[in-house]
Design a binder for this molecule. Structure first.
Ligand code: CP
Length: 317
């Protein structure tokens, strides 16, 4: 029987069956968030720590909603206000939390590999909520669910990931997940923002946004990660928007309707214009809604399918 195992660290490690399992499991959980009383007892008694060592709005709040809607007890730990500021190591922090008998850790960290490092050293389930420039698996899963909701299948569909691929963990999770489910994937951006060996991942590379728009069924537009750039990657934000920005004028020349995605937070007027982000082809807020269901599904599966998904879907509290 397909399962996720102990941790969710990267979509690179999951099979197509495991990815589909999460997507299929998210279905019943979506309905729970539409109820007046958004709560089921599925994870009652479980204690989950959200360990965020880097800023986050969507991911942190989405995990917290998912945990609370499944009746888990949750604790949020951020760098500021924790003993990390006094020099405590990641492992010491986690081991101290484990000594208080926790069950799962959701971790966001600036360092690539931090989630795996932790998973190898503690018994609790570890979920990677974004590690450096490596992966952001739940973002990849929610992006794929949003596309599958629209298309029914990913097979043969063309998705272009646009912009700052070099610094993007979202890009890596999307590339692994989409290709495993049979989509064709491309990237588009200035060469300074594309990893030199990106084609080795089996993706097409576009140097011009116009060519990407002509090719794609969906664009996943990435944020320019200005905080990770030490300078010199692009001449200016204005120049970037002029050459690579996803604008209404460019989309109007597309040969077909293109789904527009963005993982957030957006730099409006830089990688994406407001009339595209808020326009008829945008599914950006659907991505956010799907994020809660995906995270509920991941928590449920890692908890070892606690009894009562059927009950949960029926609304037992
Ligand atoms: N998409 C995403 O990871 O957003 P946050 O950084 O706000 O969590």
């Amino acid at each position: 029987m397909t399962s996720l195992g102990k941790d969710l660290l990267a979509l690179e490690r999951l099979s197509a069956e495991q990815i589909s399992l999460v997507l299929d499991t998210a279905g019943p959980f979506k309905e729970i968030s539409e109820r007046a009383i958004k709560k089921v007892p599925t994870l009652r008694g479980a204690t989950i720590v959200n360990l965020f060592f880097e800023p986050s709005t969507r991911t942190r709040i989405s995990f917290e909603f998912a945990e609370k809607r499944m009746s888990a007890d949750t604790v949020n730990v951020a760098t500021a206000g924790s003993s990390v500021t006094k020099g405590e190591t990641l492992v010491d922090t986690a081991r101290n939390l484990e000594a208080m008998r926790i069950d799962m850790v959701v971790i966001r960290h600036t360092s690539s590999g931090a989630a795996q490092f932790l998973a190898e050293r503690i018994e609790s389930n570890v979920i990677n909520a974004g590690d450096g420039t490596h992966e952001h698996p739940t973002q990849g899963l929610l992006d794929i669910l949003t596309l599958r909701d629209r298309w029914g299948t990913l097979t043969g569909k063309r998705v272009c990931i646009c912009g700052d691929v070099l610094h993007s963990r979202v890009a890596r999770s999307n590339i692994w997940g989409l290709t495993k489910l049979g989509a064709e994937v491309a990237v588009c951006g200035p060469r300074s923002l594309l990893p030199s060996a990106i084609a080795d991942l089996g993706v097409t590379v576009f140097d011009r946004i116009e060519a990407a728009i002509e090719w794609a069924d969906a664009l996943n537009v990435l944020r320019l990660q200005l905080e990770r750039m030490l300078g010199g990657f692009i001449p200016s934000l204005r120049e970037y928007n002029r050459v690579f920005g996803v604008t209404r004028e460019r989309l109007e020349r597309a040969p077909r309707d293109i789904i527009i995605m963005h993982p957030g937070p957006m730099n409006r007027g830089v990688e994406i214009d407001s009339d595209v982000a808020d326009g008829p082809h945008s599914v950006i807020l659907d991505q956010v809604t799907n994020g809660v269901a995906i995270r509920m599904a991941v928590l449920y599966l890692l908890a070892g399918n606690p009894p009562g998904l059927a009950d949960a879907a029926k609304g037992a509290v």
